[in-house]
Design a protein around this ligand. Sequence first.
Ligand code: NAD
Length: 355
Amino acid sequence: MRIGIPKEVKVREGRVALIPPAVGELIQQGHEVFIQSSAGVASGYPDEDYRRVGAQLVPDAAALYGSAEMVLKVKEPIAAEYELLRQDHILFSYLHLAATPKLAQLLKEKRLTAVAFETVEANGRLPLLVPMSDIAGRLAVHIGTTLLHGYGGGRGIMLGGMPSTERGHVVILGAGAAGGNAAVMAAALGAQVTVFAPRREELERMHALGPNVTALPSYAPLIAEAVYNADLLIGAVLIPGAKAPKLVSAAMVRKMKPGSVIIDISVDQGGCIETIRPTDYEHPTYTVDGVIHFGVTNMPGAVPRTASQALSTVLTPYVLRLAAEAGLNDPALAKGINVAGGKFVHPAVAAALAH
Ligand SMILES: NC(=O)c1ccc[n+]([C@@H]2O[C@H](COP(=O)([O-])OP(=O)(O)OC[C@H]3O[C@@H](n4cnc5c(N)ncnc54)[C@H](O)[C@@H]3O)[C@@H](O)[C@H]2O)c1
């Protein structure tokens, strides 16, 4: 198969779908790989590294999309890329269509096949979402710690506290890959951590992180009380393919302390906090009722080298499977198909877009 890897164009997005050793593996298996010039540079992989493993460098996006049967991206296409997509393309990328109806409609009209990383499912897990969620969860605590500094309007606290001071209170909604990693980081800093999740096994895993972690079922009154006391509130819930449920209302945000911080990682699926809206790394934050909000939809884009290496590792076997004979009939990849033949074919995506 002819596999094309474009340079990412979203604001400050430096990830690349595959790093050179992974591209080398696809070529060894008999595929042709085209890569847009400088696609790997922000991740520390110059064109020469791709050329050395046998990839064909192409100068621009038009040539790249023109050469490819499979377009392998990181972030969902943005307006500038729409006209480059063709009916015979297989688009394999993060898509988050429930939160991007305009793109969803366009993909339907193009009648191409769009396979979303975030709904590929194997053994009840989302293998292509996990590494980016792991990174986003960890980054949420790095970023939240900095936003709490006083010079930018934060509460002026250190989350772990010091002898003779209070500890900061971190509240996390969701205990999957993103929420779980955020909890690990916040607990290691010494913060007082409260995690909400609906499933008993997740609560057990969070409780076991240490004596400074409280794991609670996600009942509305318990969430409301914890949010009121939070210094850093992190949203990390997911119902695959669907819009995130709103667990925190604007009225609850209004009662939070001035200078406290909200990071809603699930903003890419619409967010679980009513006051969140998508932002980017050029303008990552805004303030509502004195509370700092961070809604960047491509958080791992801040650490492109780490993120590209992690993504490449999980992606390579699935690219090989998609390019093989079984292709779209592979059971894990079949769950990833969001759009095909002019229809939304993933049930949760179709339901979300029907409203
Ligand atoms: N902003 C970014 O840059 C970025 C990066 C990576 C992932 N994400 C997003 O982060 C979100 C979380 O991804 P994940 O991989 O951690 O998902 P996951 O499936 O591993 O975890 C989701 C969690 O949500 C919980 N949940 C579902 N409904 C809930 C409810 N009503 N109350 C409380 N918890 C509930 C689940 O039990 C689970 O613990 C997704 O929307 C994903 O797309 C965003």
